[in-house]
Design a protein around this ligand. Structure first.
Ligand SMILES: *[C@@H]1O[C@H](CO)[C@@H](O)[C@H](O)[C@H]1NC(C)=O
Ligand SMILES: *[C@@H]1O[C@H](CO)[C@@H](O)[C@H](O)[C@H]1NC(C)=O
Ligand SMILES: *[C@@H]1O[C@H](CO)[C@@H](O)[C@H](O)[C@H]1NC(C)=O
Ligand SMILES: *[C@@H]1O[C@H](CO)[C@@H](O)[C@H](O)[C@H]1NC(C)=O
Ligand SMILES: *[C@@H]1O[C@H](CO)[C@@H](O)[C@H](O)[C@H]1NC(C)=O
Length: 445
């Protein structure tokens, strides 16, 4: 007997099946204008143990939240309000579900793997990793992925893998790559699975929320935010609201940490923010120089109102590293027109080059090396105050220009909105490019 499916999962399953049939039967010849040459993608059929089964126990993962509510609306989570059209309580680790749902409406799907330029694996790898990261399989974390590999290379039509030895396969792993990069030889294991360290997966492209310093398999793509508009009108009215928003705060930090006595960038921000409230502000033009929204212990995580309101009122959003160099907050900031301030190249510039071109960082973000702030007495407020107003406006316009590229629009959205490339579209385009050069290299060997 298979485990009983929850209603959410059953609905999800039905919808996935229905849209899959719909897409496959209509996409190949329905749209003569869209040229699918070099764009065909095949979705590899996987047994439910690799995706839907992992959701049936969403309330029972040991040492982990009940994540059932976050799986609703195909991974967008629950709406923030019943009458909201674009805002959801999105958990970024659900990107595997969001991506799976979106790829079902990709216009160039093919059921023939031999026609495909890329093979998508609908494996919920991050969700599957929970049992190794926090649960009973901790001591077997070097085995994460072995059953998938066995299935791909031995059980099910091994010719699909063998055609390019995995060089044309890709998947989404919705956590920082660090969580999947534990050396296989660590015994006893430390935190993380070894998925990206397994030679079996060296040829596969993994889309992660953050990449390592010297990535080979993985590419970082934006964290999903809470904004998922269904049509162009909702996107445009939001952009207008953001553009008109009155920004009374110079800089804002939304997050936790920085309470220990050891010098680090979060601590410096906290101290500077506490001090700046006593500064006179009448000549600066800002009502407040610094605002600190304390989101310790994850209290803001599924409550976008807590941080979106202050972000709409701030010119700059501070994006310091925490446990890892990147943060979802960077993308919430883009949505609110708040110019990101980075303290490490690894927080953005060396991560999201598909979506935010490296050469343009100076146009939409500020960089202040964290060592300068922590050890050399550079004050963030002084750096930001020295940027001329006209320049700040130009940067904000650039942030707004980039915004559609880093958001994930809602599945099934209007044709008008589909004409604007979002984070998913860009990820697919670039993945196809990357796989093309991988396969060419492989063929030349
Ligand atoms: C769900 O959890 C139960 C008990 O924790 C376990 O016995 C079962 O194998 C799990 N099912 C899946 C599909 O993981
Ligand atoms: C939202 O909708 C659900 C289902 O239709 C309903 O049960 C709930 O009471 C509504 N909540 C509010 C605040 O209106
Ligand atoms: C992993 O192994 C260590 C050492 O053998 C043991 O102390 C620990 O309880 C094991 N952890 C789990 C989750 O089984
Ligand atoms: C990965 O590709 C190389 C050739 O580029 C091949 O020799 C190797 O067997 C492939 N790995 C797997 C697991 O298929
Ligand atoms: C904050 O103010 C106190 C007292 O005025 C001062 O000693 C301290 O150096 C200031 N800290 C920062 C980070 O500016």
């Amino acid at each position: 007997m298979p485990p009983p499916l929850t209603t959410t999962t059953t609905t999800f399953l039905l919808l996935i099946t229905a849209s899959l049939l719909l897409t496959i039967t209509t996409s190949q010849d329905s749209d003569p204008d869209s040229d699918c040459t070099n764009k065909w993608i095949h979705i590899r059929q996987l047994p439910p143990q690799f995706n839907l089964d992992l959701l049936t126990n969403c309330s029972e993962y040991p040492l982990y939240d009940n994540f059932c509510p976050y799986t609703s609306n195909h991974g967008l989570g629950q709406k923030t309000h019943n009458n909201s059209h674009s805002w959801y309580r999105t958990d970024p680790f659900m990107l595997e579900l969001i991506f799976h749902r979106r790829i079902l409406e990709y216009p160039c799907l093919t059921s023939d793997p031999n026609l495909a330029k890329a093979i998508y694996l609908p494996y919920y790898s991050g969700i599957d990793s929970i049992k190794y990261l926090f649960g009973p399989e901790y001591n077997f974390s070097s085995q994460h992925g072995l059953d998938l590999f066995h299935y791909l290379s031995k059980t099910d039509t091994p010719s699909i893998w063998k055609r390019n030895f995995g060089h044309d396969h890709f998947l989404v792993m919705a956590r920082p790559a660090w969580d999947f990069s534990q050396p296989i030889s660590n015994d006893p294991p430390l935190f993380g699975t070894s998925f990206l360290e397994l030679p079996q997966f060296f040829n596969v492209t993994a889309l992660t929320l953050e990449s390592r310093a010297y990535p080979w398999q993985e590419q970082a793509i934006p964290y999903p935010t809470s904004f998922h508009p269904p049509n162009l009108a909702y996107l445009e009215s939001w952009i207008n609201r953001v553009r008109r928003s009155r920004r009374n705060t110079l800089m804002l930090f939304v997050g936790g940490g920085g309470i220990s006595a050891n010098p680090n960038i979060r601590r410096s921000i906290r101290l500077e923010c506490e001090n700046s409230t006593s500064l006179s502000t009448h000549e600066t033009g800002y009502g407040k120089l610094c605002e600190f929204v304390d989101c310790s212990n994850g209290i803001c995580e599924h409550d976008p109102i807590k941080f979106m309101k202050p972000m709409l009122q701030a010119s700059f959003c501070l994006q310091p590293p925490g446990d890892t160099p990147t943060r979802r907050s960077t993308f919430d900031g883009f949505l609110s027109g708040c110019i990101p301030v980075f303290f490490e190249e690894m927080s953005g510039k060396r991560q999201y080059n598909w979506h935010l071109p490296e050469a343009e960082y100076g146009e939409f973000s500020v960089f202040i090396p964290k060592e300068d702030v922590v050890f050399k007495g550079v004050r963030i407020v002084d750096v930001l105050m020295s940027i001329p107003r006209v320049e700040v406006r130009r940067m904000r316009e650039k942030v707004l220009e980039m915004m559609p590229r880093v958001m994930y629009r809602k599945h099934g959205s209007s044709l008008g909105l589909r004409s604007k490339k979002d984070a998913f579209d860009i990820a697919i385009e670039e993945t196809l490019q990357k796989i093309k050069s991988r396969v060419e290299e492989f063929a030349a060997q």
